[in-house]
Design a protein around this ligand. Structure first.
Ligand code: FES
Length: 153
C-alpha cells in the first residue's frame, strides 16, 4: 500500500491583501487544510509564468495565486498582470498534460479571511480530485537551472 496522498499546494500571495486575510483566518481559527505553503510577495505582479511552471516541476500538486481585489492593487495593475499570466500558464499546463485546473487565481481583500479559507479548501478539493502531480518524485532529477527545489512537507 502506498502512502496516503496529501496534496502539496503552493500559494503565492500579496502581502497587502491576501496575506492579511490569511493571517486573520488564523487568528479567527477558521478551519482550512494545513497543506498550503505560503510565499508572500509584495504584489502578485511579481508572478511570472516561469515561476508557476517551476513550482509544478518542483512537485507542487496545485498552485494558487492570490492578490488584491480588482482595482485595489497597490501597484495599480499588478493583479491584472498576474491574472493574465495565470491564464496563460493554465493553457500551457493543459498543453503539457498536467492540467490547467491545478492552477488558479484569486482576489482576496485584507478583511476577507473566510474567502481565504474557502479558496484553500477549494484548491485542496481540486488537488485531491486531480491526484498527484505526475512530475512528483521526478522533481529532484530536474536540473537546478529551473530554480526548482522539491517542496518539503
Ligand atoms: Fe496586492 Fe498588487 S499589491 S496584488
Amino acid at each position: 500500500m502506498g502512502d496516503k496522498y496529501e496534496p502539496k499546494i503552493l500559494a503565492l500571495i500579496c502581502t497587502y491583501c491576501t496575506y492579511t486575510a490569511a493571517d486573520m483566518a488564523g487568528s479567527m481559527r477558521l478551519q482550512y487544510p494545513p497543506n498550503v505553503r505560503i510565499v508572500k510577495l509584495l504584489c502578485t505582479g511579481k508572478v511570472d509564468v516561469m515561476y508557476l511552471l517551476a513550482a509544478f516541476r518542483a512537485g507542487a500538486d496545485a498552485v494558487m495565486v492570490s492578490g488584491c481585489e480588482i482595482g485595489d492593487c497597490h501597484f495599480l495593475e499588478g493583479n491584472l498582470r498576474a491574472k493574465e499570466r495565470v491564464a496563460h500558464a493554465k493553457v500551457l499546463l493543459d498543453e503539457l498534460g498536467l492540467g490547467g485546473d491545478r492552477l488558479e487565481m484569486f482576489h482576496i481583500g485584507a478583511s476577507d479571511a473566510p474567502k481565504w479559507a474557502e479558496a484553500v479548501q477549494k484548491m485542496t478539493r481540486r488537488a485531491l480530485e486531480l491526484g498527484p502531480n505526475p512530475l512528483r518524485g521526478r522533481a529532484m532529477a530536474a536540473p537546478q537551472a529551473a530554480s526548482g527545489r522539491e517542496l518539503s512537507t
